[in-house]
Structure formats: structure tokens, C-alpha cells
Design a protein around this ligand. Structure first.
Ligand SMILES: [Zn+2]
Length: 155
């Protein structure tokens, strides 16, 4: 049986020790790290672009083997795809297209987890989309992996 989880973050899906430390702080404060009033407390990365519905920024903990790893964070607290305002959906596609051009990405992925973090493997429940370009020219390059679903040992 899964352990009781924090409402806003899932420390079982953290990938780095310093990320876990920040998540412990968030759990102690019992608020959402991606809601606008809290975002700047935890997210120290530069804001690349702000639109009506989204904040585009870089991932503080990029995946291995990525040349570009951006996050588009929805400005309102939503955890399910069915709660995304349709206009925000259209705007997200525009932002991702903008990033593709801006970072001269010849290819990559645009991914968004949703809902229960046991299923999504997300660390933060507040919806955010990821824009990922692998660094295929880097020394020791290996394919970038995007996990969906928590590891059994982390339940
Ligand atoms: Zn939130």
C-alpha cells in the first residue's frame, strides 16, 4: 500500500539529494512550490518567458544528457489535464514551438505528467510541461529517459 503522500510534492520521485532537501522544506511549509506566490522561494532559475497562462523557465535539475531542459509552469494550480483551460493548452503549443525555434532544436520531446504522482512519477503535482532536447553530440552521450510511474521501492 502506498504511504500517505504530501499534497503538493512527492519526495519518493526526487532524483538528487539537494532536490530532496528543498522538497523537505516545501513539505514543512505545506504549500505548493509552483504556485506563483511560492515559486520564487524555491525556483531560482531565470524566467525565460511569461505569457498569460504559463511561466517558461529552465529545469533546476535537468535530466542527464540534455542540451536544453525547460519547464512551462501553469500559472494556476491545476493537477489534471481536464482542468487546464483550453486557451492555456493552445498557448502551451505556441510556447513549445517558440522554444523549438529559439533553441534551434532539430528534435526532442515535449512531455507533461498529470495526476497522482505514483502513476506519473512527478515530483510536483502542480501541472508543468517539459521541453527536452538531448545532447546527442556530447561525450559519453546516452539517450535521455523520461520516467512514467514510480519505482516500486519508492512507494
Ligand atoms: Zn500550485
Amino acid at each position: 500500500m502506498p504511504k500517505p503522500k504530501n499534497q503538493f510534492v512527492d519526495i519518493g520521485n526526487a532524483r538528487f539529494e539537494d532536490q530532496e532537501a528543498v522538497m523537505r522544506e516545501i513539505i514543512a511549509s505545506d504549500h505548493c512550490p509552483f504556485c506563483q506566490e511560492n515559486l520564487e522561494k524555491y525556483h531560482t532559475q531565470a524566467i525565460i518567458k511569461e505569457t498569460e497562462h504559463w511561466i517558461l523557465t529552465t529545469n533546476k535539475w535537468p535530466y542527464k544528457n540534455t542540451r536544453v531542459h525547460l519547464l512551462a509552469i501553469l500559472k494556476i494550480h491545476v493537477e489534471h489535464l481536464y482542468d487546464i483551460p483550453p486557451a492555456a493548452g493552445a498557448e502551451l503549443i505556441e510556447i513549445m514551438g517558440w522554444a523549438e525555434k529559439e533553441y534551434k532544436a532539430l528534435g526532442g520531446a515535449f512531455a507533461m505528467r498529470f495526476g497522482d504522482t505514483d502513476y506519473s512519477a512527478g515530483t510536483i503535482s502542480h501541472l508543468h510541461a517539459q521541453f527536452i532536447v538531448p545532447d546527442i553530440a556530447a561525450e559519453g552521450y546516452e539517450p535521455t529517459r523520461f520516467k512514467i510511474g514510480k519505482n516500486p521501492r519508492d512507494f
